[in-house]
Design a protein around this ligand. Sequence first.
Ligand SMILES: [Fe+2]
Ligand SMILES: [Fe+2]
Length: 249
Amino acid sequence: MITENNKMVDLVHRNYNLIPVLNRFGIALGFGDKTIREVCEEKGLNLPFFLEIINSFLDDEYFPREHLISFPLRLIVDYLTRTHQDYLEKRIPEIEAIISSREEACYEKEEHNFLLLKFFREYKEELILHIRREDEQVFPYALGIEKLYHEMDSRSIKPDEIPRYSIMDYLREHDNIEEKLFDLKNIIIKYLPPPRNPEACFRVIAMLFDLEKDMNDHSRIEEKVLVPKVAVMEQKLRQPEGPDKSRRS
Ligand SMILES: [Fe+2]
Ligand SMILES: [Fe+2]
């Protein structure tokens, strides 16, 4: 497990896929021998939150759910939103640039290059819709619930102030966007013919694998951290006089 005394450089040596995660926290390479604590202090970052995100990324089994849930929702939502921006503004355009490049075309026949680009763009459209829904509806809803929840300390909340939507609706409809990425990889690995440009093809596959790993971690934070945290607040808003009166989780 990573602790605050580990050096930043060791994090990256352990898994270079953490570089984009660090970027989301505003941490760029070039950190010399500084420890995690030193870098977080310098950047004014919430150290325990940073450690939880890093540890959950490095180890799928590591899930200090209770602990992560205790952070302000704003921290979690900001991290998820920056991850969305990273996907749409960097990762997807980088992959698309290779797939659509004439010089780096993976396949001999134009029809195969076209097919790959077509599947990729279909995936991109789905991802854009998925992210837009979260950014424009789900996250603002979750922050609104947290605001009401805090207001319970100073005033009574009327039932009609609580939206009818529930975070469980989101969980039910939360489609598995990383699974579709798996299908996209299989188009290249299984169904298209051997590439004319194996190096470009390998770069695309490597980027898709890295993106898939990142998305798995991202969805886990949405489903295992964001959803339970909001669900607890919803429940306490709807049953303020319930058996559990200790409202703070
Ligand atoms: Fe998301
Ligand atoms: Fe999602």
